[in-house]
Design a protein around this ligand. Sequence first.
Ligand code: AHR
Length: 499
Amino acid sequence: MQSARLTVDPAFRIGTVDPRLYGSFVEHLGRCVYTGLYEPGHPSADADGFRQDTADLVRELGVPIVRYPGGNFVSGYRWEDGIGPVGERPRRLDLAWRSIETNRVGVDEFQKWAATVGTETMMAVNLGTRGIDAARSLVEYCNVPGGTYWSDLRRAHGAADPYRIKVWCLGNEMDGPWQIGHKTAHEYGRLAHETAKAMRQVDPTLELVACGSSSLDMPTFGSWESTVLAETYDVVDHVSMHGYYQQHGDDRGSFLAAAAGMDRFIDAVVATADHVRATGRHKKRLGISFDEWNVWYQSRFAGETNLEIAETPRLIEDVYSVTDAVVVGNLLISLLRHADRVRIGCLAQLVNVIAPIMTEPGGASWRQATFHPFALTSRFGRGTVLRVEPQVAVYDTAEQGEVPLVDAVAVWDEDTGGVVLFAVNRHLTEPIALDVDLRAWTTLTSAEHTCIADDDPDAINDMAHPDRVVPRRLDDPKLDGGRLQAALPPLSWSMIRLS
Ligand code: AHR
């Protein structure tokens, strides 16, 4: 059997996990909002029309922040359409997804939903078709206690207290030619700067995110970030990143190495942000908001321009396998490994659309395979992230070059003294023996190994078989005198909890 050796030591500290690393994303797209979160008439719906079966799963998933309302959708959105008496709200043509937007859910409804599931909103403003005025009015509507036109309107709509939304995205993917109101880096940088200034004049406590590139593959990647950040560095706190990953053809080896691509992408954006910091003689360091990431089989999506206009269409409802779950678990390892700079992460999206949670109109809801590594990492991956650097054989991939067979990271909860190791075995067919030197933790006496692996790496959950793929408890690892030994099954994601 191949083996992997690694050391967990409190001195190898990367940074503290910002809980917002475990965020998610709700867009007015397909069935994410309508029949996903919101379905009046569903047997589980509350008085406001929100499905409580979905809400329970969202709580279990553990998402402390949710980005809203887009995505591409936000670049054509008039937020004022979604406030006031529901019966008087307009039905609009959404050009991003060629859908009819009924506006039955708007800012006020979303805030109610966010409060019931116990999450914070990360609000995006429209810098495609709109700009400074709409953005500052939305901040006033949400965050000013009262005594002004927009804040009094919110109060008239039933929300006496301000929402105090802290994190705001200055537009979405403004580098993408598909975006309504697409801009050059210079055009966007100037608009983002002036919008940020006005928003901060309404509420100086905001935390603002400038749009980075839509992906590492954009032709303007790198120069987009440096131009935009040169214009906005002083007025923003984070730069955004978006990354979607999929298996191409039968090349599972490359797909399993997707986290190496995410590592490279983050390192490149950090380097670019720090270059702007140096040349601009800025003191503060920018954070990264990786506010869209997931496995997405984009090659199976015909593209939004080919869609028939419809209300609540089934769009991009990818079904995830064990292999996808292992990759999602590994992408979380990559985000944790960059906890010193990545402050916010948003699994895109939350319900039905490339999502960990699926729902049927009038019917059931269930957890996709990818739900499990996310929920476990969000629950147990809190504290101080420790670099572990596995010593293990490498393999060659077409997309990511040479990558190690095992990828891992550890998180130390200084309050409880517990340590959690997250590890992925990328070998398609063979287990790997894990040998961990625990050095400072000779006092740890118990270890629990939870794993996602299956004889069929294409196994999925669906409505008929919602628990076909679940995490399983393996035999407890051997723990003796500060040394831990466990076996990582082939093509697997593991969580080993030490206490
Ligand atoms: O998450 C789906 C879409 O992917 C979002 O609307 C857009 O921002 C990205 O391209």
